[in-house]
Structures are given as structure tokens and as C-alpha cells.
Ligand binder design. Sequence first.
Ligand SMILES: *Cc1c(COP(=O)(O)O)cnc(C)c1O
Length: 392
Amino acid sequence: MTRLSDYCTESEWAKIKNFSEGKETPFLVVDLDIIKQKYDELMNCFPMAKIHYALKANPGAPVIETLRDMGSNFDIASIFELNKVLDSGVSPDRISYGNTIKKAAHVRYAYERGVRLFATDSKADLQNIGENAPGSKIFVRILVEGGETAEWPLSRKFGCHPDMAIDLLVQAKGLGLVPYGISFHVGSQQRDIAVWDAALSKVKYMFDWMRYEENVELKMINMGGGFPANYISEVNPINVYAEEILRYLHDDYGDELPEIILEPGRSLVGESGVLVSEVVLISRKSRTDLKRWVYVDVGLFQGLIETLGESIKYPLYCEKMDQQGGEKAGSVVLAGPTCDSTDIMYEQVSYALPHNLAVGDRIYWLTTGAYTNSYSSVEFNGFPPLKTYFLP
Ligand SMILES: *Cc1c(COP(=O)(O)O)cnc(C)c1O
């Protein structure tokens, strides 16, 4: 069972706990102080990097404003995210358009609002950018390995082979664009640091090819996201990621590193959130069934979609875990409140909860600041979207 102290300090817990008292569940509480800490920590680990927060992880206005004040840049995937960031008073030179799939009208809109840094991974998209965002800087996203060791892999949907990426960078110049750099994403919640090494060696090969064969100096490496948040499975701390990744970079480029961009989502905001839920029903499927089914008032459709395939394993806490004085816990299946049979969070992965757990008890889902409220459905079965409170 979860030890709270593995996930937050006593005062952090007290802040969330006090705020949550008496409020109707379910809801997400986001502690903005933790986002500030995580931002500082990442900047200390990568002092030369520019951070472009990947908005989709948690697009709440208070999150944008907090990161804006910390000096962060932003990576957006749609004009709707763009508007949110601009509305928060962030200037367009702090924004990259990182989605490689975009309508011509949206490229034009972003360009008119001042965005000048675009990702691409295909010829058609590149032409689209050339026509609608003339003179902009282009970075090409390459396909990299890492799917097996990421807990939330990004499939082959994005990125292209390095040889094709080189073609695109060459064509960019012909289209009046600036071939600026290369990006990759090794998969979210990436546990194997070595995949950055493999990705960076592809990038180095491309930098050299562009310089010696095409006479183009690339300026920037965008290493994407993938840095971990603290869930149940063990991961290395961020400083270990940084030490290794910086060593790979210095091996390749010596002291003269290119401009480095990071696009963290999960690692910046994941640990800032606690999702507070309540037990609705406890049952067994037969009189002698060892496993209890515990149904709570949140599920895959109110923000826990990353439990799909039991991928992300959130730490769970309930107060009776501490009060038990020796009483044993038993294994449970955890499911949500909707009438959809996929709405089961954990069945194969074994979670244990106290035997005296009762209807009405609160279950706290820790490390739920990323990819929860942004994924919540608008009214499946009539359940409202996940309510989110942001604590200054
Ligand atoms: C989602 C996404 C990120 C954030 O990834 P995390 O693993 O959450 O840090 C970064 N860059 C791009 C292009 C993304 O799509």
C-alpha cells in the first residue's frame, strides 16, 4: 500500500487535505507551488535549455500563468491551445507549434498571431507551412525508438525517417523557410534513459550531413518530453536523466551545444495534482470471491484514461491505510461509475485496499496533475467534466 511520504511532504499533503475537506467529489486539486518547484528543478538540471511546456498535459489558465511568470515557453498543438496561451499574455515568440498535423487555415492563423516556429514531418505539411507561414523556422520530427520502455508510448503516428527528414530540411530552404532543427519524442513516462542516446546519435548524423553535404547549419535540438513523474513504478530521478543526456550531448558537440529545447508535460505537472474520489459501491462477484470490486465516482471518462491497458499506475491513498493498526488489506478491482465496461482502471494490476474500506470513504489518486482534466469527457452518461481547483 501507498506510503504518502513517498509522494509528498507533510505540509504539501496538509494543504491539499485541508482544501479538500467538505467538498463534493470527484475533483482534482492542483498545487501550483509544486509546478514551480518542478520547473526550477528542471532548469537546474538543464541550465542551457529552453523549456516549452506541452500544454496538453494540463491546460488550466493558472498553470499557464504560473509557468509564464517562471519564464517558460510553450508548445501548442492547436490554435485553441494557442489562443489560451496568448490570452494569458504570453508573447508569440515564446510559442512553438509542435503538432505535425494542421490545417492550412490554422497555420495561417498561428502565423498571423505571430508564431514563427513550426514542427513538421511530411512534405505536404511542409508545403502548407511554406505557403501560410512564410519565412518561419522549421524543425523536423524524426522517428525514434523507445516504445517498449515508455509507460505511455507515442506510436509511429509522428515523426519520419532521418533520411526523409533531411529531404524535408533541404526542401524547407527552397520553400523560403528556415531549416532550423530536429525534434524527437522518446515516449511519455520513459523509463530507459539510453533511448535519448540512440535518438541523439541520429540527430548528430543529421547535423553533420546537413553541414557537410548541404551546407546548412542546423541550430536547434528539441528533445521533446518523456521525463517521468512519480507513479508506483520506480524511475530514476530527473537529475540522473539530465546527467546522462548532457553527457551524450557533450560527447557529440563538445562545449558548443546547439540550442536545446525541452517539451516537458508530465514531469512538470504530474506531481502537482491529487484527484479526490469517493467509494460508491463495494461488491463481490460471488460469495467466495477473494477480490472486492470497488467502484469510485471517477473513472476513465472523468480523467483516468491513462489507466487504459493499466498503463499508468497511480499511487492510491485512503485514510484507513494509516488507521488500521494491523488490519490487513485485500486485493481489489478498481472501476469507475459509468455504464461502459471499459471503465475499469485496474483489474490485472493488483491494488490492495483496507478490508474495512466502506462506501463513502475517500480515495486519493496521487500524481494526477497531468493528462487527467484535459482528457475528461464532457458528459458521458451525464457525468460532468472533472472539476479542477488550482491552489496558489
Ligand atoms: C505530449 C507531448 C509532449 C509532452 O510529453 P511528456 O511525456 O508529457 O513530457 C512534448 N512534446 C510533444 C510534441 C508532445 O506531443
